[in-house]
Design a protein around this ligand. Sequence first.
Ligand SMILES: O=C(O)CCC(=O)C(=O)O
Ligand SMILES: [Fe+2]
Length: 239
Amino acid sequence: MNYQTLAEQFWQEGYLVLENFFSDEIMDRFNTQIFDYFGENPEFFHNEEFLKKAKTEVIPWFPQREGVKEFDYFDTHSELVNLSKAILGENWSSLYSMVMFSKKGTTGQSWHQDCPPEDSRQFNLNRLIYTMDITEDIGGYTLVVPGSHKSGPVPASEETDTFYEGQVVIQPKKGTLVLLHGHAWHRVEPVIGKYRISTNFRAIPQGVPEDVTDICVYPTMRYQFTTNTVIEDRLLQKA
Ligand SMILES: O=C(O)CCC(=O)C(=O)O
Ligand SMILES: [Fe+2]
């Protein structure tokens, strides 16, 4: 694997898609463990206001915070470690793993940026691992606007699923790794079948605070997770 070439491509486009990065056997193991944790019908964790304004319905689980050791596997995966370093530079660190579960019939995720884009040095890297195929029948493809990590805030809008010229539809399969810059505009399409699982091992370069993703930018608002508050209503400004 040519880490340098991949890192350059990442910095140009704001994302990378690498199929068959992980073996089926490993992915099956994690998918079973995740499904066993959530069960068929887990409860939402976010409040009503968030669900309504963000049009984002996903149930998170932070296994490593709960001492679930199996997920350390990815922290010692040498290709993933080397690629992360090529992108983020020396002394990068991994933040946490977040498993995201979406039930059948949920809206997916609105366009968003994981953290405010105003300072290009303050960003997170999403390292998304897919333990199951995301298919047309399931829905929930991941959309990204190439190069948008350099375009500033996603436009303010009531619409959370605007069509952007050049937007790319990522169709992850079991074992796919998607690397995605936290300032890149991205969203997840509605989940229509079965359920959808993705797992994010977020990372940061040296000098970026660990809580960099506390504030997320949506077309409708900026939202702070630690306080569960809308810190900026972007539609008021527009009116
Ligand atoms: O699940 C995905 O494909 C994307 C999730 C996402 O937006 C994120 O983890 O920041
Ligand atoms: Fe995101």
